[in-house]
Structures are given as C-alpha cells and as structure tokens.
Design a protein around this ligand. Structure first.
Ligand SMILES: [Mg+2]
Length: 278
C-alpha cells in the first residue's frame, strides 16, 4: 500500500515537472481563438468540469477540514489534526484524494495509527465528494473559464458540460454551482452527467460512448478535458473534432500515449494571450 502510494506520487511529480516543458512546446496560443471563431449556431462544444472548468481544490480542502472537525477525529488523532490544520493550504491540495495531499506534509502510512487516519479521511472525502449540496458549493472556476464559455455561448453555439460526475448524486448541486460561478445554463448550455446505472467501466468509457450521441444537439467542434485517458477516448470516437488537453491537475494515467499523439492540443488555462480573443 505504502509503496504503491509512493510510486503514484513519484509518477505524479515526474508528470508535473515533465509536463511544463512539454506544455510549452505543445501549447498553441491560437487554440481558444480558433475554436471561438468556429463556434456559432448549430455547433456544439463539450467541456469537462472537474479540473477543466472547475478548480476542485477548495472542495477537497473543505472536506478535509470538515473531517478534522469531527469530534471523533479530534478525540482519536489530536496531534494529526493539529499538524494538518497548521500546514495544509488550499493551493497545495492538488489532484485526487486527501492522503495524496497529506503525504507532502509528512503524514504517511508509516504506522497503523496514521494509516487508519488517512484511510478514514479518504473514505470521508469519497462519501462527500459528489453529494449534492454538501461541498460542491466550494467549487471555484479555473482562470478564464467563465469568460471563455460565455463567449462560446454568446456566439450561439451549444455548450455541454460533459462530466463524469454522478447524475444521480450530483446533478442538482452541479447546476446550482455552475450558475453561481457565472457559467451559462439554459437550453443551449447544460450539464450531461454520468448515469450510475449506465454500466460504464470508467469515465473514459462513458465519454467515448456518449460523445457521439451528443451530435444530436449539433455539429461537435471541440472537447476540453484534463484527463489524458478521456482525451484519447474521445479522440478515437470523434476523429474530426478538436480535442484539447487541459494541463491542470490530472491522474497522469495514459500520459505517455497523450504525449505521443500529435492530434491532441494542449492548453495551460483559458486565459488567452491578451487581445487574441475578440
Ligand atoms: Mg476532469
């Protein structure tokens, strides 16, 4: 367990540092402008939510804090509560489950008690992550995302928030969160969430199977997602659209295939070079 966590952390660090050089060589400053120029009535743009349009770190941070404030956590792990509270910052939470963020603080599965603490905070996070109306309202928009999606929408294109969030657990909370952040929500802008009963083996499987069915709304011109596996899957199912990898936080899975696929575009964020987007 410990070695697999260590391995995944090292992979993440390698991916994070390796991507900076890769992103600068793959980044095309005209991506946002080109897709916006093509957007219009009858066209569709697909945006992933978590770690694409949305910064999930405030949600995860607040879930960790709520766990630390549980009476039983205080009673059982007062020293660990104090350590995490004094050191954890929102911007250092990064991707995925709390135990990964806490590893960097030196809270690691080196003994049974700390292992139990980390397993408990991960379990609490998993139980709260997608629950409607609990922590979704802590979501923040990634830089430039609200402005860019509104520009696409204002040109008359259909915007679909194409997310692996659970339709059953998260749809109502997701709609409220998107509206609060200023993302358009109407009959030309709406979330499409993963049906828990849909028998999908993964988010990539869900997106590959559902993306072509969204042509019902018009001609799909672009798909934005921070997960390499999702980008590769949609690339395969919709070979003629622009697929854009968002170089924010990701699991790093399938990164090698993404790097070696020249048809997938790269972006660091939705802030275009000044004056580029009209
Ligand atoms: Mg995502």
């Amino acid at each position: 367990m410990q070695s697999s966590l260590f391995k995944s952390l090292i992979v993440s660090l390698v991916v994070a540092f390796g991507l900076q050089g890769e992103a600068s060589s793959r980044q095309n400053p005209d991506i946002l402008t080109n897709i916006l120029a093509e957007a219009g009535p009858g066209k569709v743009v697909l945006f992933d939510l978590d770690d694409t349009l949305i910064d999930c770190q405030p949600r995860t941070y607040n879930i960790i804090e709520a766990f630390l404030n549980l009476p039983e956590t205080h009673t059982t792990y007062p020293d660990l509560v104090e350590k995490v509270k004094s050191q954890l910052k929102v911007e250092n939470v990064g991707f995925s489950k709390p135990s990964t963020a806490l590893w960097a603080l030196g809270v690691r599965k080196t003994d049974n008690r700390t292992t139990a603490f980390l397993n408990a905070v991960d379990a609490y996070w998993l139980s709260q992550l997608q629950a409607d109306f609990s922590f979704i309202h802590f979501d923040a928009a990634n830089p430039g995302a609200v402005e860019y999606v509104n520009k696409i929408h204002n040109k008359g294109a259909t915007v679909i928030y194409f997310t692996g969030r659970s339709q059953q657990k998260s749809e109502a909370g997701t709609r409220i969160s998107l509206a609060k952040l200023g993302f358009p929500l109407d009959d030309r802008a709406f979330p499409t969430l993963k049906d828990d009963n849909g028998n999908f083996s993964s988010d990539a499987d869900y997106k590959a199977k559902i993306a072509p069915t969204l042509e019902h709304y018009g001609k799909i011109i672009a798909f934005f997602d921070n997960e390499p596996a999702n980008d590769l899957a949609v690339r395969a199912s919709l070979p003629d659209i622009s697929v854009v990898f968002l170089n924010t936080n990701s699991s790093g899975a399938d990164m090698d295939q993404l790097v070696s696929n020249p048809t997938i575009l790269w972006l660091n964020n939705f802030i275009a070079p000044e004056g580029k987007i009209k």
